[in-house]
Design a protein around this ligand. Structure first.
Ligand code: UDX
Ligand code: ADP
Length: 459
C-alpha cells in the first residue's frame, strides 16, 4: 500500500478550530491540515497570515506551517471529500427561539455540518467533536451518519478543547490533559488510537485520557461549571466583604493556601464572561431538567444567577456612589473584552455594564486595546449614546468616573496623575478587577471603589 499523506480537516476556523489546527500542523508535519469555514473573510484572514482573532503567539504559530501543511479554504465539500479525520468546531450558541430558548444549545450549524459530512465523505472517516456540545450529541451525529449512501464508515469521537482564550497557544502546547471519548468497540478503539497518535506527537501519553463518549462530553461541561462556580463563590463572598470589614483578596489568599482548594480562579471580579461558561452551565441546567433532576438544575443555575447579580451590583454601586445619578455624566469603561489578552467580547461583563449605564443615561466611552472593533459592532444599537476611544487618556478626559472591567496589563501602567488632572471632580475609579494600586490612586485624589474591599473615599 502506498503511503498517502493523511488529511486532517477542521470545519470551523474560529477561536477553537484555528489555534488548535495551527498547533496540530506544527507538531505533526507529516499530516496535511486543512481548515474550512463558510465565513470567507475569516478564511482570507487566516490565509494571509493575519489571524482574524487576537491571541498572543498565534500569528507566529500559524506562520510556521502556513502553506506548508496548514491550509485554509471556504470549500467545505471538497475538504470533506479528502479528509481522513474531521474535527468539527463550528459554533453552538444558546438557542434564541423555540423550545429550550435561552438555555439549550442551538445545534442547527452543527447538524448542517453532520449532513454535509454525510453527503461528501468518500472514504471511512473519523469525526471528532471539538465544539462543546450537550451530552449525547455524538449519538445524534452517529444516527445521522449511519445512513451513509456511499457505504462510508464513520466513527464519532468526543475530544473537547480546554484551551482558554488569551493563553490558547500555551494551553495547546502544554495541556493539563487531552480527553478522548470513544466507543468500546473494535472500530471505536481504532479511532481512539488514531487520535491518540496525533496528540502523542507532543503530549505525554499519561496526560491523554480516554473515556466513554458521554463521560467526555459531560466532563467538558463539568469542568467549565466547576471553574465558573469558583468565581461565583468568591464573588458572592465579595459582597459580604463589602458589607463588613473583611477583604476579599485576603480571604482568597487564606482559602487558596489550603492545598485541597488551591489558589487559582479565586479572583473576585465584576463577573465572568466568555463564550463558554454561561452557555455550558445553561446546557447542563437544560440537561438536568430534561432528566427530571430539578434540584440539580437549580443548583447549577445559581452560578449564572450569582454572576448576573455581581455585574448588576457593580453598576448599582457606581450609580449609588455618584450621588444616585449618572445621567449626562461621562463614564470611561476601561476594557471591552471578557478578559485580558483577547479581543473576544462574547458575554463580556463590559457589555452588561454598558447596557445598564446607558439605561441610566450616562455617556459611556469604551476603550480597549483589542476588543474595540467587536465592541463597536455589538453596541452599535445605541448610536451616539456610546463612544469609542483607542486611547485610554482620551476616554477618561472629561469623565466623572472610570470603570475598569478588563484586567489589561496596559491599564495598570497608565499615568493616573495625568488622567486625574483631566477628569471632573470628584473623580471616581471603580476597579472591577482589583488590579490597580488603590492606595496610590487615593493619594492622587481619586475616590477608589474596589470589589470586595473597603472603598477609599475622600470626605
Ligand atoms: C474557559 C475555560 O477556562 C477553558 O478551559 C474552556 O476551554 C473555555 O472556557 P475562557 O472562557 O477562555 O476559558 O477564559 P477563562 O480564563 O476561564 O476566564 C473566564 C472568565 O472568568 C473571564 O471573564 C475571566 O476574567 C473570569 N475570571 C477568571 C474571574 O473573574 N476570576 C478568576 O479568578 C478567573
Ligand atoms: P468557537 O469559539 O467555538 O471556536 P467561533 O464562533 O469562533 O466559535 O467559530 C465557529 C466558526 O464555525 C465560525 O467561524 C463559523 O463561520 C463556522 N461555521 C459555522 N457553521 C459552519 C458550517 N456549516 N461550515 C463551515 N463553517 C461553519
Amino acid at each position: 500500500m502506498g503511503m498517502r499523506t493523511k488529511t486532517i480537516l477542521c470545519i470551523g476556523a474560529g477561536y477553537v478550530g484555528g489555534p488548535t489546527m495551527a498547533m496540530v500542523a506544527r507538531q505533526c508535519p507529516e499530516y496535511r491540515v486543512l481548515v474550512v469555514d463558510v465565513d470567507a473573510a475569516r478564511v482570507h484572514a487566516w490565509q494571509s497570515g493575519e489571524p482574524p482573532i487576537y491571541e498572543p503567539g498565534l500569528k507566529e504559530l500559524v506562520a510556521v506551517s502556513l502553506n506548508r501543511n496548514l491550509f485554509f479554504s471556504t470549500d467545505v465539500a471538497a475538504g470533506i471529500a479528502e479528509a481522513d479525520i474531521i474535527f468539527v468546531s463550528v459554533n453552538t450558541p444558546t438557542k434564541t427561539f423555540g423550545r429550550g430558548a435561552g438555555r439549550a444549545a442551538d445545534l442547527q450549524y452543527w447538524e448542517k455540518t453532520a449532513r454535509q459530512i454525510l453527503a461528501h465523505a468518500r472514504r471511512d472517516v473519523i469525526v471528532v467533536e471539538k465544539s462543546t456540545l450537550p451530552v449525547r450529541t455524538a449519538e445524534a451525529m452517529e444516527r445521522i451518519l449511519r445512513d451513509s449512501p456511499a457505504d462510508v464508515g464513520f466513527e464519532v469521537l468526543s475530544n473537547p478543547e480546554f484551551l482558554a482564550e488569551g493563553t490558547a497557544v500555551r494551553d495547546l502546547e502544554n495541556p493539563d490533559r487531552v480527553l478522548i471519548g470513544g466507543h468500546d468497540s473494535a472500530s471505536g478503539r481504532r479511532a481512539i488510537e488514531a487520535l491518540i497518535e496525533i496528540y502523542a506527537h507532543w503530549v505525554p501519553r499519561e496526560r491523554i485520557l480516554t473515556t466513554n463518549v458521554w463521560s467526555s462530553e459531560l466532563s467538558k461541561l463539568a469542568a467549565n461549571a466547576f471553574l465558573a462556580q469558583r468565581i461565583s463563590s468568591i464573588n458572592s463572598l465579595s459582597a459580604i466583604c463589602e458589607a463588613t470589614e473583611a477583604n476579599i483578596s485576603e480571604v482568597s489568599r487564606a482559602i487558596g493556601m489550603d492545598s485541597r482548594i488551591g489558589p487559582r480562579f479565586l479572583n473576585a471580579s465584576v463577573g465572568f464572561g466568555g463564550s463558554c461558561f454561561k452557555k455550558d452551565i445553561l446546557n447542563l441546567v437544560y440537561l438536568c431538567d430534561h432528566y427530571g433532576l430539578g434540584e440539580v438544575a437549580r443548583y447549577w443555575e445559581q452560578v449564572v444567577l450569582m454572576n448576573e447579580y455581581q455585574e448588576d451590583r457593580f453598576v448599582r454601586k457606581i450609580v449609588a456612589t455618584m450621588f444616585n445619578t449618572v445621567a449626562g455624566k461621562r463614564i470611561a469603561i476601561f476594557g471591552a473584552s471578557f478578559k485580558a489578552d483577547t479581543g473576544d467580547i462574547r458575554e463580556s461583563p463590559a457589555l452588561r455594564v454598558c447596557h445598564a449605564l446607558i439605561e441610566e443615561r450616562a455617556i459611556v466611552v469604551v476603550t480597549d486595546p483589542q476588543g474595540l472593533l467587536n465592541a463597536r459592532r455589538e453596541l452599535a444599537i445605541y448610536g451616539d449614546r456610546v463612544l469609542f476611544e483607542d486611547d485610554p487618556y482620551a476616554a477618561a478626559c472629561g469623565a466623572h468616573a472610570i470603570a475598569l472591567v478588563t484586567e489589561w496589563e496596559s491599564f495598570r501602567t497608565l499615568d493616573y496623575q495625568r488622567i486625574y488632572a483631566k477628569m471632573e471632580k470628584p473623580a471616581f475609579v471603580f476597579d472591577g478587577r482589583n488590579c490597580l494600586d488603590h492606595a496610590a490612586l487615593y493619594a492622587l485624589g481619586f475616590n477608589v471603589l474596589p470589589v470586595g474591599q473597603k472603598s477609599l473615599i475622600h470626605q
